[in-house]
Design a protein around this ligand. Structure first.
Ligand code: SF4
Length: 357
């Protein structure tokens, strides 16, 4: 585990973000929130992929009203994304939302802020302050000229100050920018002065391919510094992909305990089996496994046995067949046509064993 920056722990519908807890994976629905069927269906797919907290847009009264029914049919905490409208925040809270993402400085008159804070306090609901480089307050743009990491941190402190003044401390903060170096610097500076958990994200990062690279570069840099308590990968893609990328990223840093890892080789001229399709199928197969096993899929016996020894279960290809390794020991040879099925069987055995111990 990378050493984590210490923050205040904040409870979101039974999941604690910050403190000594694992980094939590979040995503956001792409559906109209008022369409309960579509929203629940998407959330259930996200749950299955490993999403731990999910956010929905609450942009009108219908969306706020739908929260009650959505909550009954899902199993993970639900967050309301609200811009400016305190009445929608109050409705969302009344309907059982687990967290509100709203910037108190944008709510308006003091009594409106007080009403939202009181409702959150009464129900033990935290507030996420979402600073975005693209929508900084005008007084900060005047001061700094354009969005900068310092301006972003100052914006976060401004909103935090409003909540703290009302003795509210269940706060989570994000400082998103689509410019990766700016986001890294903003979060790094924020981690030095903000005692609340940080929600990491690179906003508007792009499509599945480009967004994955960009988000991994930015969020990965921060995770490696011990910064970040919850992550959302923003992609112009099915949000299930966001969860898959987040899980893979956390695995890279040893920050997730409920995910299986695939080790596979890039292949070369020594290859004698169809490794790419085997690796892709195995990746898909283990994506829903919730125990930290390692599976290796290697093209040949040159590096295969050595790598397989590091894994719980693995194969090394040979001409028309494969060698199956379990905990570093070669257990049998299998014809190529049966390799995938045999590997899946062995994975199941190891998972069952793991779950039983
Ligand atoms: Fe090539 Fe074998 Fe290494 Fe794969 S494991 S890259 S096939 S040498």
């Amino acid at each position: 585990m990378f050493l984590r920056h210490q923050t205040r722990p904040v409870n979101v519908g039974g999941i604690t973000i910050g403190g000594n807890n694992e980094v939590v994976i979040q995503s956001m629905c792409t559906t109209k929130t008022a369409d309960v069927e579509a929203t629940v269906a998407e959330i259930l797919r996200l749950e299955e992929a490993g999403c731990q907290i999910v956010r929905v847009t609450v942009n009108n009264e219908e969306a706020a009203a739908a929260i009650k029914e959505i909550k009954k049919r899902i199993h993970i905490p639900l967050v309301a994304d609200i811009h400016f409208n305190y009445k929608l925040a109050l409705l969302a809270i009344e309907n059982g939302i687990d967290k509100v993402r709203i910037n108190p400085g944008n709510i308006g008159r003091r009594e409106k802020v007080e009403a939202v804070v009181k409702a959150c306090k009464d129900k033990g609901i935290p507030i996420r302050i979402g600073v975005n480089a693209g929508s900084l307050e005008s007084h900060l743009l005047e001061k700094y000229g354009y969005p900068t990491p310092d301006a972003m941190v100052e914006s976060a402190l401004y909103h935090i100050g409003i909540l703290e003044e009302l003795d509210f401390h269940d706060i989570i903060v994000s400082l998103k920018a689509s410019d990766v170096p700016m986001a890294i610097e903003a979060y790094r500076k924020a981690a030095e002065v903000i005692p609340y958990p940080l929600h990491l994200g690179i906003t508007e990062s792009g499509t599945l391919f480009a967004g994955t690279v960009k988000s991994s570069a930015g969020i990965g840099a921060l995770l490696s510094m011990g910064i970040g308590n919850t992550v959302r990968i923003s992609l112009s893609a099915d949000p299930v992909e966001e969860v898959k990328v987040a899980r893979e990223l956390l695995k890279t840093f040893g920050l997730i305990s409920n995910a299986a890892t695939l080790i596979s080789c890039p292949t070369c001229g020594r290859l004698d089996i169809d490794l790419f399709s085997i690796a892709n199928e195995v990746e898909e197969y283990i994506s829903k496994i919730k125990v930290p096993i390692k599976v290796s899929v290697l093209g040949c016996a040159v590096n295969g046995p050595g790598e397989a020894r590091e894994a719980d279960i693995g194969i090394a290809g040979a001409r028309g067949e494969g060698l199956l390794f379990r905990y570093g020991e070669m257990i049998r040879k299998v014809p190529e046509s049966e390799l995938l099925a045999e590997l899946k069987k062995e994975i199941d055995i190891i998972v069952t064993h793991y779950e039983a111990t």
